[in-house]
Design a protein around this ligand. Structure first.
Ligand code: MLC
Ligand code: AMP
Length: 525
């Protein structure tokens, strides 16, 4: 079946609910929303937002755990022609303050007590997601009495007939190497173009059922998982979080999932759990890994255990999904494959920006209808990120084989990816330097069997004569300080006290030497 790509997430929902209103879409902890019920819930959200004055061009922050409310609030915000700002629920007050101020969000959808505990409540008005459930109940009662009244309420909540392709759908924050994190502006057309490309490449259909354990505050869970399912018309078995034992059970549930999307840490944990229990992994139509490098070792172990190959793909907040191993052709370990249909990729020299021949390592650049509209209120950063022909500089390094497969070899910038979450060393270094006993600090990623990379810190103390006992106490102190000031996954898993940080002739800290120093300083605690 060929059909045109929906112009917006809202149109994708409208189409699915017009064609299959009563078909189950979203299952979560014992409840299932059909396409029609999700649409009703999203409209109830849209009505609650309209009542609070939210309309075209506004931003609405979502500080919610995985669940139907997340999906309904996302789509309800879109019905108002407003953009969603997803907030990581692990963020602390410092991180949240920047995101709220920078995005100038009109309100945040959050459980009031969670918003209070995280320090979000004082920053902006909070909308309790339960208002939508309540008004949805009221709307259903109205509909039972007079269908026309419900239709009128519906069209009032959808702003101007629904979002346009160029309306912003997401302002998704992504950490910067310098300064604070930046909001990547993704229009509806970006999301639906990428989802349609993913759906085509992975042969995703209405018959699919996706087991989704990824957090919905990142593009992997939200854009690939939720928007992909909407565009394909397939169902989702949504979980609050990833737990290897629960996933093993869910894989055998009825109706069984046909697809699983995860980060490499999830695959490694799933393999360990299956081995510990002595159970086999069932065959699924498709297993996909992304957000961080899948080690050839995990790829091989998985093939041995499941008799199937994981399909590895490569994406970014700014672009959605860029490259993918083929569905039908060879899924090659250690590579991220080829561009999705309708999208382009090339490898360029980092100095001259000229395209490089196959086999040579350079920076990956991508172009296509999936690529974002720039950074929110940061024309400087936007200008730096694009070349005049519209190629986006990903900051990832890699090379292409003669038959087109791209292998990523590292990153141009100083980014740590731990269990699929990004950590910029700079923000951890700033917190460490804020401790009165610390003179200086350098943060790097070290190889880690579970997380791929873990955060590690080399710390120079103001007082070099600090005793060993005092150092041990200080180490615990520093980790707690990071844990309290930042999302806990950013805390160092290893700290080494050093006399000085290794520097190059320009006085710049040599991260490679810091890494070697830390690697030599013992196993992670
Ligand atoms: C949790 N912790 C981590 C961590 N996740 N530490 C380092 N790295 C991580 N990724 C910490 C917690 O803060 C906590 O610390 C302790 O570990 C135990 O927490 P937990 O809640 O039990 O962890 P768990 O649920 O097991 O989480 C692991 C995980 C999770 C792999 C399931 O990290 C995860 O869902 N990752 C997916 C991230 C993702 O979706 N990325 C997509 C980005 S989009 P303490 O101090 O409290 O004990 C993108 C583009 C693309 O990159 O291409 O997709
Ligand atoms: P984010 O900014 O959180 O969207 O993270 C995007 C980054 O994740 C990319 O720039 C890559 O560095 C990394 N990434 C995503 N998928 C892969 C993959 N399959 N292999 C290696 N790195 C990946």
């Amino acid at each position: 079946m060929t059909r045109s790509r929906p112009a917006s997430t809202w149109e994708a929902l409208e189409r699915a609910s017009a064609a299959r209103e009563g078909a189950p879409f979203l299952s979560f902890e014992g409840t299932t929303l059909t396409f029609g019920a999700l649409r009703a819930r999203a409209l109830a959200f849209a009505a609650a937002l309209a009542e609070r004055g939210v309309g075209p061009g506004d931003r609405v922050a979502l500080f919610l755990p995985n669940g139907p409310s997340y999906v309904a609030a996302f789509l309800g915000t879109h019905a108002r022609r407003a953009a969603v700002v997803p907030l990581n629920t692990q963020y602390r007050a410092g991180e949240l303050t920047h995101l709220v101020a920078d995005s100038a969000a009109a309100l945040a959808v959050a459980d009031p007590s969670a918003a209070e505990a995280a320090g979000l409540a004082p920053l902006l008005p909070i909308l309790d997601p339960r208002v939508a459930e309540e008004s949805e109940g009221a709307a259903a009662a109205t509909a039972a009495r007079a269908a026309t009244a419900a239709t009128a309420a519906t069209s009032a909540a959808v702003a101007d007939g629904g979002p346009r392709p160029d309306d912003l759908a997401l302002v998704a924050y992504t950490s910067g190497t310098t300064g604070r994190s930046k909001g990547a502006m993704l229009a509806h057309a970006n999301l639906t173009a990428n989802a349609a490309a993913v759906v085509a490449a992975w042969r995703w259909t209405e018959a699919d059922r996706l087991l989704l354990t990824l957090p919905l505050f990142h593009v992997h869970g939200l854009c690939v998982g939720v928007v992909g399912s909407l565009v394909a018309g397939g169902a989702i078995d949504l979980r609050r979080r990833f737990d290897a034992a629960e996933v093993l059970e869910a894989l055998g549930a009825l109706p069984p999932p046909t697809m699983f999307f995860g980060v490499p840490t999830m695959y490694a944990r799933l393999l360990d759990e299956a081995r510990e229990r002595g159970v086999a992994l069932p065959r699924l139509r498709l297993w996909v890994s992304g957000s961080a490098p899948l080690s050839p070792e995990t790829f091989r172990r998985f093939e041995e255990a499941a008799g199937q190959r994981i399909l590895e793909r490569y994406g970014m907040t700014e672009t959605g999904m860029n490259l993918t191993n083929p569905y039908d052709g060879e899924r090659r370990a250690g590579t991220v494959g080829l561009p999705f249909p309708g999208q382009e990729a090339r490898i360029v020299d980092r100095a001259t920006r000229a395209p490089l021949p196959d086999g040579e390592v350079g920076e990956v650049e991508v172009r296509g209808p999936n690529v974002f509209r720039g950074y929110w209120r940061r024309p400087d950063a936007t200008a730096e990120a694009f070349d005049p022909d519209g190629w986006f500089r990903t900051g990832d390094l890699g090379w292409r084989s003669a038959d087109g497969y791209v292998t990523l070899t590292g990153r141009a910038h100083d980014l740590i990816i731990t269990g699929g979450f990004n950590v910029y060393p700079r923000e951890v270094e700033d917190v460490l330097r804020g401790h009165p006993a610390v003179e200086d600090a350098a943060v790097v990623g070290l190889p880690d069997a579970d997380l791929g990379e873990c955060v590690a810190a080399a710390v120079v103390l103001r007082d070099p004569s600090t005793s060993d006992a005092a150092r041990a106490a200080l180490e615990a102190d520093l980790v707690s300080l990071c844990r309290a000031s930042l999302a806990p996954y950013k805390k160092p898993r290893r700290v080494a006290f050093v006399g000085d940080l290794p520097r190059n002739a320009m006085g710049k800290v040599r991260k490679d030497a810091v890494r070697a120093l830390l690697a030599a300083s013992g196993s992670p605690g």
